[in-house]
Design a protein around this ligand. Sequence first.
Ligand SMILES: [Zn+2]
Length: 313
Amino acid sequence: MNEELTLLSPPHLYPEGYPRHFTIKTITAELRLETIGAENLDQFIVDEIFPKCVIPTDSQTCDYKSLLLIDFHWICRALHIVSWGATHFVNAIACTGGENNFGCKDSDEMGRVFGDHRVSLSNIGFRQPPANCEKILEIKAADTFIDWKWDLSIRFPRVGDMLHARKDPTFRAIAVKKAKGEGYIDPWDDLIVQFAYAITHCNKKAVEDRRELYTGLAAMNDLDFDGLLTAYNKTFGGYGIEMSGTVPCPKCGAEARFYAPVEERFLRPSLREKRLRREELIKAKKSKQPLTDSDVNTNRLADAGEESEAVAV
Ligand SMILES: [Zn+2]
């Protein structure tokens, strides 16, 4: 049950010779069982799962930590589809039926319909960075900022950045402080941490100390930070998989949105997802009809998220 996959990002965003085409293999029982005990699942995915299940076909080796985050999400979605099918379960959807497209009479005041909703990862849209997209965003301080004095060079974030930020004791401490005793907060959820990694140069000088850069960015005036966000989103925002898709509302039939972020659950499927997939595959095998919902390179939404409201990374 292997599938061929091409990276979402155009080649010029990677170093020369970096692989573009991969064979996606199903996750073995052994690997799946090991994910249960993996404390840092993303690290485990990059160190253990990718080398065994995401095999470059146009290169001998692949440095998986250098994958752009958008390609990392792209591959995780493919791994789920290849290993366990596209079926996914979510417990809430946002209905667009009713007055003002804000939920039908069976939804709550936020337009949400709770329940056990079966959705398809094939209905998750994505936006591919265009072939001519900028590799580095250069921000001139004089044109963008009121107080901030440094020109900035910014690139697409990579998996390695996320893994590194999570391990960095300073960023962990900041996350714990922000959690205010409410358990673990992912340091990577902090927008300023993300910028501390995406920015490669200040005034043409390579960033060496990300903590120092974090402190500087955190003290930026809010309007300047807005300027940074706007410039970033204009160039890099909104690319990658959307992490949400559509499904008919079971109450009224209108279109409803579901949210399916690529996080732990993506590679920790439920027993039910697996059982359904197994039954489908056995049925297909007996009837000798191939399943058609597992093409990992396409989605069913024509031009998903044309002008999607971008988040930073
Ligand atoms: Zn509805």
